[in-house]
Design a protein around this ligand. Sequence first.
Ligand SMILES: Cc1ncc(COP(=O)(O)O)c(C=O)c1O
Length: 446
Amino acid sequence: MAARYQVTGATAVEISASIESGIRRADLAPGDPLPPVRALATALAVSPATVSRAYAELRQRGLVVTAGRHGTRVRPRPPVAARRAALRPPPAPGLRDLSRGEPDPRLLPPLRPHLATLADSAGEPVGYPDVGVLPEMAAAARARLAADGVPAAEVTLTGGALDGIERLLGAHLRPGDPVAVEDPGWASLLDLLAALGLRPIGVPVDDDGPIVTGVAAALAAGARALIVTSRAQNPTGAALSADRAGALRALLAGHADVLLIEDDHAAELARVPLHPLAGATTNWAFLRSVSKPFGPDLRLAVLAGDETTVARVAGRARVGAGWVSTVLQRLVLSLWRDPAVAALVDRAAGSYERRRDGLMAALADRGLPAHGRSGINVWLPVTDETVASTVLRDAGWLAAPGALYRIAGPPALRITVSSLDEAELPALADVLARAARPAPPGGFTA
Ligand SMILES: Cc1ncc(COP(=O)(O)O)c(C=O)c1O
């Protein structure tokens, strides 16, 4: 822990508030160790049980992690920052930033014509009695999902995929429950589980999705929910193959009580067929976000699922945020209905695919096996993430360290291709080859 930060407090509530304030003000940085329970108890003249209670409360809210003999530390991305930018300091000037995991803003469909159409067609202001999922929106969402083989008799809307996942977990699970997630997996999902006090159980992933024996082990360990990314898995680009989906369905048939959540965040950008698991358990949900193809700021996802699950999510939303604005629903509907937008999304998907495949081929030429079957990221196993990130940075590039995405998996870097120029690929692959397998340091010899 930073020597300058003094934890204060005479009660568990005061001690946890003091640590939370240290984290919020960045006096306690991600990864900083907290003092051992007994040492802090002595320093504050309180009982060890009081400090333990304070640490347990911080752990349940995802601010700290306790890892056996490594003690208690501040989590890498504790949920006290209101803005995502606060989690990522801006890159040093001059660095090419391939760490962001975002679509290329230049490839998103322009909203202006659709906003103009909405403005022209706006009628009377919509009041409380008339809100909810618009019937035409529900019909369009059902048709789009049914075209991909997802049973969509019941649908509702959420403020994006992550909001949907949070609502689903809240509807079915309790703090402390174990949840099976992909390892490596989406960093924001790991943050969400920590903030909800849920316990992630990592399931290894290959290019075809979660490995069946890994899912079986997680279920045997008591996982109450399983979260699977259908395509463009973040960070590896994995996409559920037909065979893998069949094997997982067969496995899940014996675990009907597990909440199954599918995240199809790449949706129209994926360029690989969808093989849904929908319906493999009693309680299931399939989420399709509009963030990647149409823009993250739209904050809308379609949630299809079994009747109970959809009713729970929609019913709970009704007594809280209420509904997804019908203004936003009509904007998304307008984008969905425009063939020119569909063509732009398809062009973006092709552009990501070319650059992703180009980088993978350039890496393969240099003897480096990388992953990236679909989506906007390439996942490159490396010998050592710190060394690899340093070599890359010294050459003017920034990639995301794999540690953000891993639970127990081996080291790697995530490289987002969405801002890469095809002409840059050979030079980048040369640097990545040096970064992934650095020459052993010249040392002393006996
Ligand atoms: C796996 C995964 N799911 C979902 C999302 C997007 O979710 P949302 O709809 O909340 O923007 C992302 C964005 O990076 C993602 O990587």
